[in-house]
Design a protein around this ligand. Structure first.
Ligand SMILES: Nc1ncnc2c1ncn2[C@@H]1O[C@H](COP(=O)(O)OP(=O)(O)OP(=O)(O)O)[C@@H](O)[C@H]1O
Ligand SMILES: [Mg+2]
Length: 335
């Protein structure tokens, strides 16, 4: 029987296979390209993302699950079904599969029933839902117990979650619509202003991911291509890592402000444990060089970050679905 953990991220959908040792079997952009008045699906995942900014007016790129909300059920189902077919699971196996899905922190009943509908639409029968911070904490290497609360911070493409969790529940937390997408948009605006170059969203993301860094001595440069703000003709410019750092840091500082507010509200014993154990960091943005160090220094605490922080949530899901006692403790089941 297949056992899957699924993380429907704002930017990237990840699927982990827990009944074999295959690990992460899919990581694809969570988007669909549609065309025409009847919104016909043209491409899904990588192929769809590649089209961003390059298509004619009648094609649009939709992220059907965004900031944890299912914004377009038909497209979300089309996307997830396609991803299932890409990992080679057949309809009959899907019906028998056990699946764990990450859901937003504090997801209300309305949202859970949307996720349940999506699962049903895709032919899944047995689905467990677990709130994201538990999974990120487990995936980032924390051990959850009643007595030892864990402080975790996940920065994804669309959402940042800050939470203090224990096996007993979420003690404190805040979820905000801040993430890598804001940084990309800020980079795009900055390059237009300082380099006189209009770039696309994909180029902005590439700049961040390839030379973005919070290291005090970051010196990388990258040639970006686009069109000249002045003449509108195709053009290129050399962008410095130090400029990108400013575009990134403003959002990190905002996140740290909220994290500080969460910490200030903790009961004294919980605060003491958090202070002793430090912060567990996850999410794709954590791959930025020196970001974990920056956060640790600002919060004045130890930090833990796993090797592939973008997979922490889906890996945590894999750990939970393999372990009956964790599943009983954290999961809500579809009926
Ligand atoms: N090497 C890298 N350096 C910096 N940022 C990166 C890197 N790789 C990926 N990212 C960014 O991480 C973000 C995606 O992270 P992640 O996969 O954790 O998000 P998600 O789970 O899809 O979204 P969310 O959790 O917000 O719903 C994107 O903004 C992406 O550009
Ligand atoms: Mg995520």
């Amino acid at each position: 029987m297949w056992k899957l953990s699924i993380d429907l991220g704002s930017s990237v959908t990840k699927i982990y296979r827990a009944d074999t040792s295959s690990g992460v079997v899919l990581a694809e952009p969570s988007c669909v390209a549609i065309a025409g008045e009847d919104r016909e699906v043209k491409a899904i995942g990588k192929e769809a993302k590649n089209l961003i900014g390059k298509t004619a007016e009648y094609t649009s790129i939709i992220y059907p699950v965004y900031e944890g909300e299912i914004v377009d059920m038909r497209l979300a189902a089309a996307m997830l079904k396609e991803f299932f077919s890409r990992i080679g699971i057949k309809a009959s196996a899907l019906r028998r599969a056990q699946v764990l899905m990450s859901v937003p922190c504090g997801a209300p009943e309305r949202l859970l029933s949307q996720y349940a509908n999506l699962a049903e639409e895709c032919g899944l029968k047995k689905v467990f839902f677990v709130e994201q911070p538990y999974l990120a904490a487990v995936g980032a290497g924390a051990v959850l117990s009643d007595s030892d609360p864990v402080f975790c911070l996940d920065i994804g493409g669309g959402v940042t979650n800050v939470a203090v969790v224990s096996a007993d529940g979420i003690i404190a937390g805040v979820s905000m619509n801040i993430g890598g997408n804001n940084m990309d948009a800020n980079i795009l605006a900055r390059v237009a202003k300082t380099n006189g170059l209009r770039i696309g969203a994909l180029t902005a993301e590439r700049l961040k991911n390839e030379i973005g860094s919070l290291a005090p001595t970051a010196r990388g440069t990258m040639v970006a291509e686009g069109s000249s703000v002045e003449s509108s003709r195709p053009a290129a410019a050399s962008v410095q890592a130090a400029e990108l750092a400013d575009c990134i840091r403003v959002y990190i500082d905002k996140v740290l402000e909220y994290a500080g507010a969460v910490l200030r509200k903790l009961p004294a014993e919980v605060a003491a444990t958090v202070n002793r154990n430090g912060v567990y960091l996850s999410g794709g943005v954590m791959k930025l060089p020196y970001l974990p160090q920056y956060i640790g220094a600002k919060l004045e605490m130890r930090y833990h970050v796993c090797e592939e922080p973008q997979f922490a949530t889906v890996l945590g899901g894999g750990t939970v679905i393999r372990d009956k006692s964790l599943l009983d403790a954290f999961a809500k089941e579809n009926e």
